[in-house]
Write a protein that binds this ligand. Structure first.
Ligand code: AMP
Length: 125
């Protein structure tokens, strides 16, 4: 399946709809999930048109991959979940394709934390 340029995260990147921004760099944007499943629930997305993590890891440039990884690291620090900064850890996951129950077809990494998560985020309610 090709990239759908009208998906909701593409619209956020074009500034057509707002987001609650947490962090941004040249290649990535992080914002709070509109329907959080934990006290902290941030989505980190590349600015490039990649439909899922497989597409991103396969086709993104080294600069995009580095920029995305640095954005993820910043989100761990900004939200206070990083154990290296005194936080208590987190869950980071990327739902992918139909078996992974991915709803928005633009790669996004969920970062959840701020409380004990149990199985939250691993299954749909
Ligand atoms: P997934 O099932 O991994 O594709 O998850 C998509 C996520 O995007 C869900 O957690 C939604 O709550 C979230 N989401 C959908 N629309 C928005 C939006 N406009 N702003 C922020 N998060 C959104």
């Amino acid at each position: 399946m090709s990239y759908d340029k009208d998906n909701i995260f593409a619209k956020i990147l074009r500034g057509e709809i707002p987001c609650d921004k947490v962090f941004e760099n040249e290649h990535s944007l992080a914002f709070n999930d509109i329907s959080p499943q934990a006290k902290i629930h941030v989505l980190v997305i590349p600015k490039g048109a990649y439909k899922d993590i497989d597409d991103f890891c396969t086709n993104a440039s080294e600069e995009e991959i580095i920029g995305f990884t640095k954005a993820v690291s910043e989100v761990f620090k900004i939200t206070g979940v990083s154990e290296s900064k005194g936080g208590k850890g987190f869950r980071a996951l990327a739902n992918t394709g139909s078996d992974g129950s991915q709803e928005v077809p633009h790669f996004h990494l969920h970062v959840m934390g701020g409380e004990a998560l149990g199985l939250r985020g691993l299954r749909k309610n």
